[in-house]
Design a protein around this ligand. Structure first.
Ligand SMILES: Cc1cc2nc3c(=O)[nH]c(=O)nc-3n(C[C@H](O)[C@H](O)[C@H](O)COP(=O)(O)OP(=O)(O)OC[C@H]3O[C@@H](n4cnc5c(N)ncnc54)[C@H](O)[C@@H]3O)c2cc1C
Length: 337
């Protein structure tokens, strides 16, 4: 093995050694340093960090989970990055997540609710006496047999975390979907790592909030909105929620309730409705509905979650054509594993 290089992680001052012929993520995990990660193939973007000092070899061709904008800002994906010199990384560049430890936990299934034909809500209870901290918007790695990992967002507000965790799962037909739609049952033990990710509700701003969700991208947005409601936030809030057909807006009534009770401006948008849906509301792509309604987003904080093409279109058009400063755009794309 070649000479070991020193990797420093700010702001928590963790350090470990990496060989020049291994990814920095592999070196961290070998050293027992639990840095956020998931797919290890450059797709999901979970292991994104910023290089503060030193030289790295970043395989941009495989780093599809990183937008050109983030790359230009100096971010890399650790699973696709090798150290060329000693390196300093900003591993936790979001203040809100800084003191929230990443842990391995196991929780019992206490409820499986069909929310639509292809979306299920899973409710999980922690072992008695255990607590679990996270920030609204974060996700978990669900660890399946053989070590297969899938990212799943947390849908409940963190304040309810001691009581349990809530997840919304769509049926994509893969290993996680097969488990959730074919064999899951109350009492099952689900192994997870987390909380992960930097798609979190940021403090320190009183700008109006615009949430844009596609399908189960509603899940982390629900966690954020419920948190703001608990905090009695006075920030104006809008939610644009898009689905192909009306049942994809699987908690439509809850969003309507937010509209009636806390004044959230709720705009449901359907892209592929059928005549039998008798849909009376907005149609088209959800990010386009935002484009149609706002000429200028420069005074908003915008949180977007859903399928990668929707997230990328929103990033491109809100920043490019609606004057949204990049630092006021926050997103999680549900990249397939
Ligand atoms: C940060 C993050 C948070 C996520 N949160 C959630 C969540 O809260 N709820 C949820 O349902 N999913 C979420 N996902 C997606 C999730 O990780 C899995 O990809 C998804 O549950 C499918 O897993 P699977 O094992 O059933 O299918 P896989 O084996 O992963 O894939 C099966 C097939 O479905 C396709 N596919 C998988 N996922 C998607 C997708 N998102 N869009 C389009 N095609 C897809 C694959 O390309 C493949 O062809 C999240 C992903 C990320 C990166």
């Amino acid at each position: 093995m070649s000479t070991n290089l020193k990797i420093r992680c700010l702001p928590v001052e963790m350090a470990f050694e990496a060989a020049a012929d291994e990814s920095i993520l592999a070196a961290a995990l070998r050293a027992g340093v639990m840095l956020p990660h998931s797919c290890k193939t450059g797709l999901c973007g979970t292991c994104r960090v910023r290089v503060v000092d030193g030289h790295v070899d970043f395989n941009t061709a495989k780093a599809r989970g990183l937008s050109p904008h983030d790359r230009a800002e100096g971010d890399v994906l650790l699973c696709q990055t090798r150290a060329v010199s000693d390196v300093t990384l900003a591993c936790n560049i979001v203040e809100e997540t800084r003191d929230v430890p990443v842990r391995r936990i196991a929780a019992h299934v206490v409820g499986v609710d069909p929310l639509s034909e292809d979306v299920r809500r899973i409710r999980l209870a922690l072992p008695e006496g255990e607590t679990f901290g996270f920030v609204a918007g974060q996700h978990m790695n669900v660890v399946m047999s053989g070590g297969v990992r899938r990212c799943v967002s947390l849908a409940n507000a963190p304040s309810g975390g001691d009581a349990g965790l809530e997840m919304h799962l769509r049926n994509y037909g893969g290993v996680l979907s097969k488990y959730v739609f074919e064999s899951i049952k109350d009492g099952d033990l689900v192994r997870m790592e987390g909380p992960l990710g930097t798609f979190v509700l940021r403090g320190g701003s009183d700008r109006p909030l615009l949430f844009v969700a596609g399908g189960t991208g509603f899940s982390p947005v629900k966690s954020m909105i419920e948190t703001l409601i608990e905090q009695r936030s006075s920030r104006p809030m809008s939610l644009y929620w898009g689905g192909r057909r009306p049942p994809d807006l699987y908690l439509h009534e809850l969003a309507g309730h937010w509209h009636d009770h806390v004044g959230l401006d709720y705009v449901p948008v359907v892209s592929d409705g059928e005549p039998e849906d008798a849909w009376q509301g907005r149609t088209g792509f959800v990010h386009q509905a935002v484009m149609d309604d706002f000429d200028d987003l420069s005074g908003h904080d915008v949180y977007v979650c859903g399928a990668p093409p929707m997230v990328e279109a929103a990033r491109r058009d809100f920043i490019g054509a609606r004057k949204l400063p990049p630092r006021q755009f926050f997103a999680d794309a549900f990249h397939p594993s």
